[in-house]
Ligand binder design. Structure first.
Ligand SMILES: Cc1ncc(COP(=O)(O)O)c(C=O)c1O
Ligand SMILES: [Zn+2]
Length: 388
């Protein structure tokens, strides 16, 4: 409604938002949506939210579609922020919470991004969408494309969890399994998209998935009574959620809803694929590709993130950091979270608890602080990881 233009993340040049766009024409980097927040703030007030739809579309004024008729929704977002008292008590923490994204359509936070991206695809009259995916993004795109009557062309590594492949097939998507990593899948989409007439909705190579993900940040603030936690731990692959939340914090400050304080943002990655952790530790602006990436946390098997420089800047600016978890630690943490709190997290979500323990031990998080862990998806989509 109040989308003004797109901004290049590298040089801040403005680009029109009235046609389909991928990366910025100036620098080939991610584009971000810019809103007229003064106009948005006339109707989007904290009080007005009380009676609104219980999905991410409650923040309608700062969402990209021009017309409500283009919104493609399955009820995504507004997931619970659950206190984790038993888990917290083990560490002397009184303010530990888990944002449970497994309750989204297709059981992961990827629903948010795809709802926004497919809505904009509908606005632009696009009919064929394509994406490389570690699994959950593919499931979400399959669902929203089906909902919108579009084709979804999905490329996943052959070792993607079965549930992801099956859900895509059952929702009528065109699925190709590749012997390789998500980067190889992305290569396949780029090579074929022009000839096939596909619009590429890869992470951060399309400006609107991040707009869906940013609603995580709005919800966090709303659910915490218009405050932000001291620290956020987020399982980072391509980084869209982290980048989106940071954008939401800035927008809310401009709306006059929050002050300048930000949470310390921590990325957790898998020991077998930790490009951001390495780059952070080495003080680099960009991350090198992680060679020979392997982890059962398929969402974290991203050897090179297109938005690496944006992720790294946020981690540094916020005073946060990046840590790694082994597959064994993630599996053990899954059981701990499950038995203590009644949440069966995905391995990526469980990694946040591994990270929390490390950060408490290193005194980078204090037990008296308020901390939010992100369970980005459902453990039931990863059954093969739990079968010995
Ligand atoms: C369950 C889960 N958690 C985390 C991630 C990483 O998300 P992002 O690309 O936003 O860093 C993914 C990506 O596939 C995922 O499926
Ligand atoms: Zn530029």
């Amino acid at each position: 409604m109040h989308l003004d233009f797109l901004v290049c993340s590298a040089c801040a040049r403005e680009h029109e938002a009235c046609a389909p766009q991928n990366v910025s024409p100036c620098c080939g980097k991610p584009l971000f949506a810019h809103y007229d927040l003064r106009a948005a703030g006339r109707t989007l007030t904290r009080d007005a939210l009380a009676g609104r739809v219980k999905s991410m579309w409650r923040y309608r004024e700062v969402m990209p579609p021009t017309s409500d008729g283009d919104i493609v929704t399955l009820g995504e977002g507004f997931t619970p922020l659950l206190p984790a008292p038993r888990l917290g008590a083990r560490h002397g923490m009184g303010r530990l919470s888990i944002k449970d994204e497994s309750l989204n359509p297709t059981h992961s936070f990827k629903a948010r991004g795809m709802s926004a991206a497919v809505s904009m695809a509908r606005q632009f009259g696009l009919k064929k969408l394509a994406a490389p995916s570690a699994g959950n993004a593919a499931g979400a795109l399959a669902a929203y494309a089906a909902r919108a009557g579009m084709e979804a062309h999905l490329f996943m590594p052959r070792d993607t969890p079965r549930a992801n492949v099956i859900e895509c097939e059952q929702m009528g998507a065109h699925v190709t399994l590749i012997d390789g990593l998500i980067t190889d899948c992305a290569g396949e989409v780029s090579r074929r998209k022009a000839a096939e007439g596909w619009f590429d909705v890869s992470t951060l190579r399309e400006p609107y998935r991040v707009e869906g993900k940013k609603t995580l940040g709005y919800e966090l603030a709303e659910q915490l009574g218009w405050t932000l936690p001291d620290a956020v731990i987020y399982p980072t692959g391509g980084g869209t959620g982290l980048v989106g939340m940071w954008k939401a914090f800035d927008e809310m400050e401009q709306l006059g809803w929050l002050g300048r304080k930000r949470p310390r943002m921590f990325s957790v990655q898998a020991s077998g694929c930790q490009p951001i952790v390495r780059a952070f530790d080495e003080g680099r602006k960009f991350a090198d590709e992680h060679r020979g990436a392997h982890t059962l946390a398929s969402g974290l098997r991203v050897p090179k993130a297109f938005g690496d420089f944006i992720i790294l800047e946020i981690l540094r600016k916020s005073g946060g950091g990046a840590v790694a978890a082994t597959d064994g630690e993630m599996l053990a943490a899954t059981r701990e979270i499950g038995a203590a709190e009644g949440i069966f997290p995905c391995p990526e979500g469980a990694a946040c608890y591994v990270a929390l323990k490390q950060l408490l031990a290193a005194r980078r998080i204090r037990p008296d602080e308020s901390v939010v862990l992100f369970n980005t998806g459902a453990g039931v989509k990863y059954l093969e990881c739990f079968e010995s």
